[in-house]
Design a protein around this ligand. Sequence first.
Ligand SMILES: NC(=O)C1=CN([C@@H]2O[C@H](COP(=O)(O)OP(=O)(O)OC[C@H]3O[C@@H](n4cnc5c(N)ncnc54)[C@H](OP(=O)(O)O)[C@@H]3O)[C@@H](O)[C@H]2O)C=CC1
Ligand SMILES: CC(C)CCC[C@@H](C)[C@H]1CC[C@H]2C3=C(CC[C@]12C)[C@@]1(C)CCC(=O)C[C@@H]1CC3
Length: 349
Amino acid sequence: MSVKAIKPDSKIVLVIGGSGFVGRHLVEKLCSLGYTVRVFDLRTTFEHEKVTFYNGDLCNKQDLLKCMDNVDTVFHCATPSPLSNNKKVFLRVNVDGTKNVLDACFEKGVKNLILTSSASVVYSGSNIEHGDETLPYAKRPLDCYTQTKIQQEKLVLSANSESLKTIALRPHGIFGPRDPHMLPTTARLAAAGKTKFIIGKGINKVDFTYIDNVVYAHVLAAQQLQQKPEIAGNAYNITNNEPILFWEFMSRLLKGLGYAAPKYHLPYYFIYFLAFLVQIFVFIVSPFKTIRPTLTTMTVALAGTHHYYSCEKAASEFNYSPVVKLEDAIERTLQSVPELHNKHAKKVK
Ligand SMILES: NC(=O)C1=CN([C@@H]2O[C@H](COP(=O)(O)OP(=O)(O)OC[C@H]3O[C@@H](n4cnc5c(N)ncnc54)[C@H](OP(=O)(O)O)[C@@H]3O)[C@@H](O)[C@H]2O)C=CC1
Ligand SMILES: CC(C)CCC[C@@H](C)[C@H]1CC[C@H]2C3=C(CC[C@]12C)[C@@]1(C)CCC(=O)C[C@@H]1CC3
């Protein structure tokens, strides 16, 4: 990872959700900086000689308490899959589970808590251009993931106090090696021949953020929280600071994976309405069958509206600026997923 100089530290830190995409990258970075790292997660997905793993459910406070002795800083980046569409689980983990995390932090005298929130907490499907942190939370979030991320962020920021300093980082559209959402979903849709269409005019700009930049922001925020305690209680957008046309980004990924770029336009509101009907159908059959459609009003809105954000606040208050440019980030990501490349690819222009 190419990073700016960050001072090593030997404090004990805990990464909740440390076996997941963001969490594991963060764990690896923290280890390389000399931190003593603990991971709390449902499962252990990798081994690392410098990490102590604790398996448990954050909905169970007793599980959490077992790994928090002498912990200075907690990074909370656990979540059910954002694309999983299971309201009960989102409420249980993101809301009730986060209350447990806060209680456990207070009980064990943890000093700092960094929440991985999401820029989507202010997004309700309308265009956001250069949105900053003064935007209000979405009044009508489009899905239960976003709804519970809002509740979670409110809980964490309002718990900020003398004894526990809290901060929320709001990355957007994270991608990179081992990403379980964006690349695999795109490759799956492409392999099924479902990526021929552009939703809307294809002129909407979006932020996509490379994982190393997200990790860098977490480490910086944790360190600055100690030197500049006045940043506590705040939320910060974290992006690559290079908004790009959504369909340009997707086309680059698709072409890099050996698929054709989408080229036929479909009217935005027609697809949005279709997604709405799909959601009603999914709701009606939900007592009998669980369906997780990729076509939801949220994914259609994400693909067809502007949603890019300003990182000015993170830049001025804790010196955040991306360490990997988008061009490099896309290249590195594509190289990291040979298994997702189209095996039947002809040379695609
Ligand atoms: N990916 C993205 O584009 C974005 C993500 N975010 C935020 O970043 C954070 C990390 O997301 P990401 O790394 O992508 O997600 P992942 O799904 O890759 O990782 C989340 C981890 O949390 C674990 N987990 C889930 N439920 C529990 C639980 N009850 N107790 C303990 N651990 C649990 C998961 O385990 P298991 O896999 O077994 O369920 C998984 O290992 C989240 O807060 C997310 O909201 C924000 C913006 C964009
Ligand atoms: C339309 C297809 C060619 C490609 C589909 C890509 C989508 C799977 C992704 C595009 C934007 C992504 C995104 C998220 C998940 C994956 C996408 C929908 C999040 C919802 C993940 C969690 C967040 O906090 C916000 C993200 C916004 C962008």
